[in-house]
Write a protein that binds this ligand. Structure first.
Ligand code: AMP
Length: 218
């Protein structure tokens, strides 16, 4: 049986950072719907162009497009042992679609860590975030500044601010999150899969709490 973990939490809660650490610890694949859309945008695909028109405004990409993209990703052979899903599902329709897909595969979502943080921290995190052009490495002008401004420490490529990481769009994304994604908290709580994790702590402590929630020894 494969292991599917859904990381829930608002934009800026630290899902991506933690997912990158968890894949090291678990050997599972990290599937980020936001990264997949950004890849499409970079490659100028039709889906990328469409997705960009929603993402740049802080809105959600329509469910049917998002679900089709994730279904295709999950069906790849590197997901045989399971995956850590980050940013998907974000609506009840997506959660139901994922349940149907996993049911068909004889699999299920194992556990849903829910990373929380106060709104003012989320806005500060999102609006100070800089991403590397080549590989998506993430820096922050307050918490983890690069050694040289505007340059990725890891691969030397240019750092840029995502369109949706401005203060205004960050606020919009949080409103969309409250409206569309918060219902998932109850959805997974009712299924007794939800584990709350305090995201407003040092990264290592959040990881420790996550590993405990997943019953994995560091
Ligand atoms: P993220 O990198 O997860 O913060 O996602 C960035 C943007 O991609 C979001 O603000 C949405 O516009 C879009 N997006 C990512 N995941 C989803 C999803 N599951 N459903 C709809 N839109 C999504």
């Amino acid at each position: 049986m494969a292991t599917y973990i859904v990381l829930l939490g608002s934009p800026g809660a630290g899902k991506g950072t933690q997912a990158d650490i968890l894949i090291e610890q678990t050997g599972l694949v990290h599937i980020s719907s936001g990264d997949l859309f950004r890849e499409h945008i970079k490659n100028k695909t039709d889906l990328g162009q469409l997705a960009d028109s929603y993402m740049s405004k802080g809105e959600l990409v329509p469910d049917d497009l998002t679900i089709a993209m994730i279904k295709e990703r999950i069906s790849k052979s590197d997901c045989e042992r399971g995956a850590i899903l980050d940013g998907f599902p974000r609506t009840l329709v997506q959660a139901e679609a994922m349940k149907t897909t996993l049911d068909e595969m004889g699999e299920k979502v194992e556990v849903v860590p829910y990373i929380t943080a106060p709104e003012e921290i989320l806005i500060e995190r999102l609006s100070g975030r800089w991403t590397c052009r080549a590989s998506g490495h993430v820096f922050h002008n307050l918490y983890s500044p690069p050694a040289k401004k505007g340059v990725c420490d890891i691969d030397g490529s240019e750092l840029y601010q995502r369109d949706d990481d401005t203060v205004e769009t960050a606020k919009k994304r949080l409103r969309v999150y409250t409206e569309k994604t918060l219902p998932l908290i109850n959805y997974y709580r009712k299924q007794e899969k939800l584990v709350e994790i305090q995201g407003n702590q040092p990264i290592e402590k959040v990881t420790k709490d996550l590993l405990a929630a997943l019953s994995i020894e560091a």
